[in-house]
Design a protein around this ligand. Structure first.
Ligand code: PMP
Ligand code: GLN
Length: 386
């Protein structure tokens, strides 16, 4: 018998390995400082770890309810009420998911039919487009306006038609750190009013927002929430990206459909971690202090980077800040990122990876969610670049 696998028709023929895996792998091979893939290198809360241990010790090791641990859902609803002034029903509007990426994929799979169009702003987090394509739908791409990466609303209006099923937004934005302002929300409200257009709002960086800018969560706007899936990640809020736990909030009607997909995919999420977070979430300081904590890191990194030839494109949120380099070399960003890893021992992410057509503005994304020592080590390597 032949050991050859049968030939299959790829559902994602254009897709290779995600840039985050590629650059982290290269960083490991080259023993480089990794400011590429977004994850903290500092310790998460010991208290939260102890709470998970305790939950396991007392026997919370079996399936949780498919929608989530009820106490966690309830406490999330209380948090939403307090932060965003909106009353949501924990039973029918919140589903705990294995991470934000899964919540996004599930929302898209819940609603997309072949031929539907989804408006995606680029640079876009790299799972969005494959998640649309695998559902037989079509991404309609709109470039954010370089260099402040704002949304060109006139172009959005021009690209909407009867097939437009959804608009995807992400604030604070990965990879640029751009954040949505009030006029953006007003434009969005005007555009979707009296249409059947849905919104997917990726808010995994909700607490990682700087410069006293408020996070304009879709959860603040009942008219928008009625047509939205809003996706979050505990990995980002509690410095534990490897835990892969998050949640989605939507209207009861949309959530009912979301759960039909969810129940036959992962069904339910890690119970001891849900129990632990349900307790730890009562510590408001842990998430309210996050913006200030990461802003200090951004500022420290930005200050260090002044000694290098890179030009800062200011970030107002997320784990990331982008830097341009076109004024000192015209290398393609992917080549440059690889050369920096191999020759200078520092890994970054080339921002062209977030454009389907590989648009290259000669910009690299740096993750500053690191110990000061790591940031210093990284920048020391860049000082002698020229
Ligand atoms: N959306 C964006 C914009 C992200 O940067 C990430 C990164 N991790 C995610 C979603 C996914 O989060 P998770 O790790 O919880 O799946
Ligand atoms: N969100 C992280 C980033 O942008 C990575 C997540 C992943 O590797 N899939 O770097």
């Amino acid at each position: 018998m032949s050991k050859q696998s049968p030939i299959l028709q790829s559902k994602l023929p254009e897709v290779g390995t995600t840039i985050f895996t590629v650059m982290s792998q290269l960083a490991r091979e080259q023993h480089a400082v990794n400011l590429g893939q977004g994850f903290p290198d500092f310790m998460m809360s010991e208290e939260l770890i102890a709470l998970v241990n305790e939950a396991m010790q007392i026997g919370i090791n079996q399936y949780a309810h498919m929608n989530g641990w009820p106490l966690l859902q309830r406490r999330l609803a209380e948090k939403v009420e307090k932060l965003y002034g909106n009353t949501i029903d924990p039973d029918t509007q919140i589903t705990i998911t294995p991470g934000g990426t899964y919540a996004i994929y599930t929302a898209l799979t819940t609603v997309l039919q072949p031929g539907d169009e989804v408006i995606v702003f680029e640079p876009a987090y790299d799972s969005y487009i494959p998640n649309i394509v695998i559902n037989g739908a079509k991404p309609v791409l709109i470039s954010l306006q370089y260099p402040d990466y704002s949304i060109p609303w006139e172009e959005v209006r021009a690209k909407i038609n009867a097939r437009t099923r959804m608009i995807m937004i992400n604030s604070p934005h990965n990879p640029t750190g751009a954040v949505l302002r009030e006029h953006d929300i007003r434009e969005l409200q005007k555009i979707v009013a009296d249409t059947n257009i849905l919104i997917l709002s990726d808010e995994v960086y909700e607490h990682l927002i700087f410069d006293d800018i408020p996070h304009l969560s879709i959860l603040r706007y009942p008219d928008l929430l009625a047509r939205s899936f809003v996706c979050f990640s505990f990995g980002k809020t509690y410095h534990c990206t490897g835990w892969k736990l998050g949640y989605c909030i939507s209207s009861p009607e949309l959530m009912k459909e979301f759960r039909k997909v969810h129940q036959f995919n992962c069904f339910s999420c890690d119970s001891p971690k849900q129990v632990a977070i349900a307790d730890y979430i009562q510590n408001e300081e842990a998430y309210l202090s996050l913006g200030g904590f990461l802003q200090k890191k951004r500022d420290y990194f930005r200050e260090l980077m002044k000694a290098t030839p890179f030009k800062c494109i200011p970030s107002h949120g997320s784990y990331f800040e982008c830097y341009s380099y076109g004024h000192f070399t015209d290398e393609a960003d992917k080549d440059f990122a690889i050369r920096l890893t191999k020759e200078y021992g520092i890994a970054t992410i080339p921002v062209s990876a977030f454009y389907q057509n590989g648009e290259d503005n000669k910009v690299l994304r740096f993750c500053f969610a690191k110990k000061e020592d790591t940031l210093e080590k990284a920048v020391r390597k860049l000082i002698h670049l020229l």
